[in-house]
Each structure stands twice: as C-alpha cells, then as structure tokens.
Design a protein around this ligand. Structure first.
Ligand SMILES: Cc1ncc(COP(=O)(O)O)c(C=O)c1O
Length: 386
C-alpha cells in the first residue's frame, strides 16, 4: 500500500499534535472500559491474570523467550543490572546522548557509567568509540569493563552487530535500552530479541504506551526471566515475605497490563501508519534536511521523527508561528548534566554535543494525515530558507 493510503484523511486545517493519545483512545475506549470492569470484579489489582496475558502477548509479538513486565522503563534497566550482579567498580558503557534514565539506572545499581560518543548519522552509540572507551577503562585500576547499554534512539535500533563484536572481544554483557523502539526491526528480527536482555517502556507517549507508568524486560533465557520475577518482588521466591536475594518493588499493575494488551491488538496497524508518515517526511525532506539514517536492513519504530537543523531556535520559532509543535530530545548530553558531569570523558563527546545543539523532533504519531505532514514539511522548508 502506498504511504498516503495508509494515513488518516483529516480536514486540511485540523490542528497538528506532536503526539496524539486522544485519537488512539477513541478506538480503544469501550474495550478498555470492559477490561477495567473485569479487573474491578476480580479485584486482583496486583498480579492479576492481565499480567500473564500481557507477558505472553509481548513474547508472541517479538519472539522473545520470556517477558517480565515491570513498573517503568527505568526499572526495566535497573533490574537486569541487579540480576547480573553489577555494583561498585563495574563500568557500564552507555551513549552520552540519550534520556537521563539510562545513566540513572547504572548509578542506582551501584555501577559506574562510562559515556560513549554517537554516530552522527544514526544518533546511536558508535562501536568504534565504544572500543576506545573500553581501552581507557582497562587503563584504570579502579574500574572493570562489564556491560554495555546501547540505546535505540528515536526508535532506530542501535548497531547491535557492531556492538556485539566489541562486547564479545572484551567479555561485556549487553542490555538494550529499547524504551523508544518497541516495534523496530533489524536484520529480520524484532526489537526485544536483538540483545540477550532488552528493556522497554510503556510511558504513555512511547510506541507501546500504557495509560500510566510501566515497562518490560524481554530476554532470550527463561532462567533470567525467573530471576527477574524474583527481583521484581523484593528478591523473594514462593514465600513472598522472605528475601532470598536483593530486589525491589518492580511490579506492573493489572490495569497497565490490560491497557498494553489492548494496545498490542492495534499495534501493527499503528506501526504501519508511523512508517507511512516517516516515508512522506523522507520523500519531502531528503536532500534538503539531515534526517536520522538507518541501514536498509532495519526499520525504525519511529517513536520520534528527528532532523538536524542549523539555527534551531529560529527554525523552531518559525514553526511555532505556523502552529507546528516540535520538541527537542535532548538539548543537553548526559556528561554535561550536573548529576553526571563527574563522569565526563576528557575532551568531551563531540558528536553528542553537536547533536544536542542541532536536533529537532517533528510531529510523529499514527494519526497524522498526509496533508498534515505536508504542512509540517512546507513550514520547515520555508523556515530553513529565511
Ligand atoms: C531512552 C530511554 N530510556 C529509558 C527511559 C525510561 O523509561 P520510563 O520513563 O518508563 O522509566 C526512557 C523514557 O523516557 C527513554 O526514553
């Protein structure tokens, strides 16, 4: 089907939303109300049958061996680090250009974040810089190189093959931060199976968002899934009152699981609409604006559609005059934030710093019409000519 046929047909002048959860809710509301009524009837607000159902559906969609739903995407990152036993003196490599949760997760687990620069075309971790940063850690007696967390920024899977090669050469484990990329694909495989452990988020504006906080950990090894289920409930086993290891309250409630299961029912349709929207953007903008570039064997989940622009403040102001909402993910790289600047590498991270000055995210959601995308592109191209 041509991209334009997949998109909604809306009135020419319908206001453009950056995300649009309202339109989505309209198609789900009656099913969700029926599910909430079921939950109110059975009363198992924590650990209800919706939890197993959601975990089962996540495995079915992605092909992961096991899925463990948790309270947020942040918990989905912290818990695998606890499961792998990382702590003081363990170096975990993360990109410097991502959401702050990636760094917080490492520090909450008691490990040390080591920031890696990004590839300017994909905005994702650069495997060559990962190698350089590992070499630096090897020269530091206080740190051991243990794991790497690639982030699939804006929905585009990281370079898992390149990162795996470097990780294998140094014995590093990989925990993928796929908070933004559920529904992405690489080399014929879904996000959730591209690394041994994958963390994702159900924050409402994510591609598979709930109506509150939530997340999931997808794993290749069922034993790791069982370990994570124990950590999810304060490290307990069958006796919920006795901890056999350290854990946290990492549970996802029945209501969020019901929402996510319902959303999985319309997910494929929404995924195709996001791709169709991105195709229209690509056709209009390629050669004129620098867009995030994936390889031909990968499909972004298009959690966000992001371009680079010179003189971003002026471009943004001009788009705002035309009632086009935009956003910036992210205007400060992690190594320059007060909470993390003690871990800044000498010489900084030039590509992260450049990206943080130039990136601009355009409206992206499954309910954009073709004419709305043309309006965004017209306004952007006009702003760039000023
Ligand atoms: C890259 C990345 N990692 C982790 C998270 C954390 O997810 P949550 O907000 O569900 O804790 C987010 C969410 O915004 C994210 O974008």
């Amino acid at each position: 089907m041509a991209a334009a046929e997949t998109l909604t047909h809306l009135a020419e002048d319908a206001p453009i939303q950056f995300f649009d959860l309202k339109s989505q809710q309209a198609s789900l509301r009656s099913a969700l109300e029926a599910r909430w009524s079921t939950i109110l009837d059975h009363g198992r607000y924590i650990g209800g049958p919706e939890v197993d159902e959601c975990e089962h559906k996540l495995c079915e969609f992605t092909g992961a061996a096991d899925a463990v739903v948790v309270g947020s995407g942040t918990q989905a990152l912290v818990m695998p680090l606890i499961a792998l036993g990382y702590g003081h003196g363990d170096a975990v490599f993360i990109p410097g250009f991502t959401y702050n949760a990636t760094a917080n997760a490492v520090l909450l687990a008691g490990a040390t974040p080591v920031f890696v620069d990004i590839d300017p075309k994909t905005f994702n971790m650069d495997p060559a810089d990962l190698e350089r940063k590992i070499q630096r850690v090897k020269g530091n007696r206080n740190l051991r190189a243990r794991a790497v967390i690639p982030v699939d920024l804006y929905g585009l899977p990281a370079d898992y093959a390149g990162i795996q090669d470097v990780a294998d050469a140094h014995g590093l484990r990989i925990v993928s931060d796929a908070a933004q990329s559920f529904g992405g694909r690489q080399d014929g495989k879904w996000v959730g199976t591209l690394a041994e452990i994958t963390a994702t988020s159900f924050y409402p504006t994510k591609t598979l968002g709930g109506y509150g906080d939530g997340g999931a950990i997808l794993v290749r090894d069922k034993e790791v899934g069982d370990l994570l289920r124990s950590i999810r409930w304060h490290g307990t086993g069958d006796n919920r009152k006795e901890s056999i290891r350290v854990g946290i309250n990492g549970r996802c409630d029945s209501i969020q699981c019901a929402v996510v299961s319902e959303k999985l029912g319309i997910f494929e349709e929404e995924r195709k609409r996001r791709i169709a929207a991105a195709e229209v953007y690509n056709e209009r903008l390629s050669g004129k604006v620098e867009c995030q570039q994936g390889r031909s064997d990968e499909e972004s989940a298009f959690g966000l559609y992001t371009v680079r622009v010179p003189d971003r403040d002026a471009v943004r102001a001009s788009l705002q005059e035309s009632a086009i909402p935009t956003s910036i993910y992210y205007d400060t790289p992690l190594h320059q934030m007060p909470a993390f600047d003690q871990f800044a590498p000498p010489g900084g991270l030039p590509e992260c710093e450049k990206a943080s000055r130039e990136v601009l995210s355009l409206p992206m959601h499954p309910y954009l019409s073709e004419n709305q995308i043309h309006r965004v592109c017209d306004a952007l191209l006009k702003a760039l000519q000023r």
